[in-house]
Design a protein around this ligand. Structure first.
Ligand code: FMN
Length: 179
């Protein structure tokens, strides 16, 4: 049985036009279908104390304006860097548009990855780049074989989102280890 079932899971997201919130709801629903309990919070209504209170964090961020960070996450940067994530596992998901912004696809997820790993978090849920078409992404590894988290494209590949979420959630259930 997955240890995620016993974990206090927080899903924190930022959004400009609600796509990331809706994808967050679908991820939460999928986890709940596996028996997990999830608290979902917009980054504007959270605090570092709240982040610290969760066993496992899932963070969602869209990319805006040629590789830009969603503004509520950007406003939360200093607080995020003061979070106690050294003993925690974190999973990331990022929204973007691979055809419209193929040189910056889901870049902001790479920004989140850099920040949470700089304060010691272990990121699980890396995701293959197969099935996406993009030129460059700060959220991809140097071989361009994997993203640092789940990449979702509601603009160009909305029909693939449910399948990707279902597969990724199963992956998290397997990868998460209680500490
Ligand atoms: C003006 C504009 C700029 C965008 N810039 C990027 C970008 O640089 N990289 C990317 O992957 N997606 C980009 N997108 C796509 C958004 O990230 C995508 O629509 C996402 O689903 C929005 O999420 P939200 O509704 O949660 O804010 C852009 C979209 C618009 C309209």
């Amino acid at each position: 049985m997955s240890k995620l079932l016993d974990a206090n899971i927080g899903l924190i997201y930022g959004t400009d036009t609600n796509n990331t919130e809706q994808v967050g709801e679908r991820i939460s629903h999928e986890l709940e279908g596996h028996g997990c309990s999830v608290t979902m919070l917009n980054v504007i209504e959270t605090s570092v104390e709240v982040l610290n209170s969760f066993d496992f964090l899932i963070m969602g961020i869209p990319t805006w304006d040629f590789g830009g960070i969603q503004e509520d996450w950007e406003d939360f940067e200093v607080e995020l860097l003061s979070a106690e994530l050294g003993d925690k596992q974190v999973a990331l998901f990022g929204l973007g548009d691979q055809f419209g912004y193929g040189d910056y696809f889901v870049d902001a997820m790479g920004w989140l990855y850099k920040h949470v790993t700089s304060i010691g978090a272990k990121v699980i849920g890396h995701w293959p780049t197969e099935g996406y078409e993009f030129e460059a992404s700060l959220a991809a590894n140097s071989e361009k074989s994997h993203f640092v988290g789940l990449a979702i494209d509601e603009d160009q590949q909305f029909d693939l989102t449910d399948g990707r979420i279902a597969k990724w959630v199963k992956q998290l259930m397997l990868e998460y280890t209680a500490v």
